[in-house]
Design a protein around this ligand. Structure first.
Ligand SMILES: [Zn+2]
Length: 89
């Protein structure tokens, strides 16, 4: 259970695809300004937009996980997700 965060994939708000290619100029930009292009429909989103669009499923996933494991571990996961920029309630 070391890699819980990868069980919450970002999906395209337009088509639901979970594969994105990252802007090649990412190095020159801050984290919030990185642009992700959907591999399926070609729509472009900032990281912030993607996280906003996925916040519902992220919280639902955490709810599911929380039902199955002790609350302490759930808190660790939420802290871990927040570190990565997720908006977790
Ligand atoms: Zn898409």
């Amino acid at each position: 259970m070391d890699d819980l965060s990868v069980q919450v994939p970002l999906s395209c708000p337009t088509c639901g695809c979970t594969e994105f290619s990252e802007d090649s100029e990412a190095d020159q930009k801050s984290d919030d300004e990185r642009i992700f292009t959907c591999a399926h429909c070609g729509a472009q989103f900032s990281k912030t937009q993607l996280i906003d669009a996925n916040s519902e499923s992220i919280n639902a996933t955490i709810q599911d996980i929380g039902d199955e494991i002790i609350s302490a571990l759930s808190k660790d996961l939420k802290r871990e997700l927040r570190k990565q920029g997720w908006k977790v309630k």
